[in-house]
Structure formats: C-alpha cells, structure tokens
Design a protein around this ligand. Structure first.
Ligand SMILES: [Zn+2]
Length: 126
C-alpha cells in the first residue's frame, strides 16, 4: 500500500515538474535569412531535457566560480552559452527558417534579477 502511495506521489511530482516547465516561456530573436528582419521576438518552450541542461549549467557555474554577479554570468555565457536549441521559426515575411539560438535563464519571460533595472521580457511577444 505504501509503495502505491510512493508511486502516486512520484507521478504527482513529475506532473508538477512538467507543468512548471510548460509554464516557462523563453524569448529569442533570430534574424530571418530571407528578409533580414532582426527585431522579431519568438516565444519558445524547452523540452524537459533542455530545461534540465539549462538548470544544471547555472548550478555547475556557481559550484565552480562561487556567487557571480549578473555581469560576470553574462560575460561567461558569451564564451560558453548555457544552452543552444534549434527550432523552426516563421517570420513575418511568411518564410520558415531553421535557426540555432542560445538560451540563458534571463531569456525567460518574467525572469527578474535584482541586479538589473527591470524584468527582462516581462510580456511575451508572439
Ligand atoms: Zn523574413
């Protein structure tokens, strides 16, 4: 009976994790190779594996370097992006293009770092 409870509890926790991941939206702005548009932002969601990789990046970074400032993290991400994903995007010109884009934790809609002036991308743009 208690084993059943554990399985149920594990499934509930898994569902909560999936829900939490699905609620996260990241903003990216790849340029369109067809028309050159570079100001469009696209909303993307991560797979559980991608989210795990992103989270592990910052855990590992803090373990290796201790507490880092927002700027130090940003500079580190230039050399070693936290996560690179590949997606298909449909531009406002109508063309679809495949692009690899870097994702960082502050790409998340609503992400707030107390060291920055305001929330980055507090509203998703579709
Ligand atoms: Zn375009």
């Amino acid at each position: 009976m208690s084993e059943k409870m554990l399985v149920t509890q594990a499934l509930d926790e898994r569902d909560l994790l999936v829900k939490k991941i699905n609620e996260k939206i990241y903003r990216v702005n790849p340029y369109c190779p067809h028309c050159g548009e570079e100001h469009c932002y696209f909303a993307v969601r991560l797979t559980p594996e991608e989210q795990e990789k992103l989270d592990e990046y910052y855990i590992k970074l803090e373990k290796e370097h201790g507490k880092m400032s927002y700027l130090e993290v940003a500079l580190h991400e230039i050399d070693a992006p936290a996560l690179i994903i590949e997606r298909d995007f449909r531009c406002i010109c109508g063309n679809v293009f495949k692009r690899r884009v870097a994702i960082s934790r502050d790409s998340e809609v609503g992400y707030h770092n107390p060291e920055t002036v305001g929330e980055v991308g507090s509203h998703p743009v579709f």
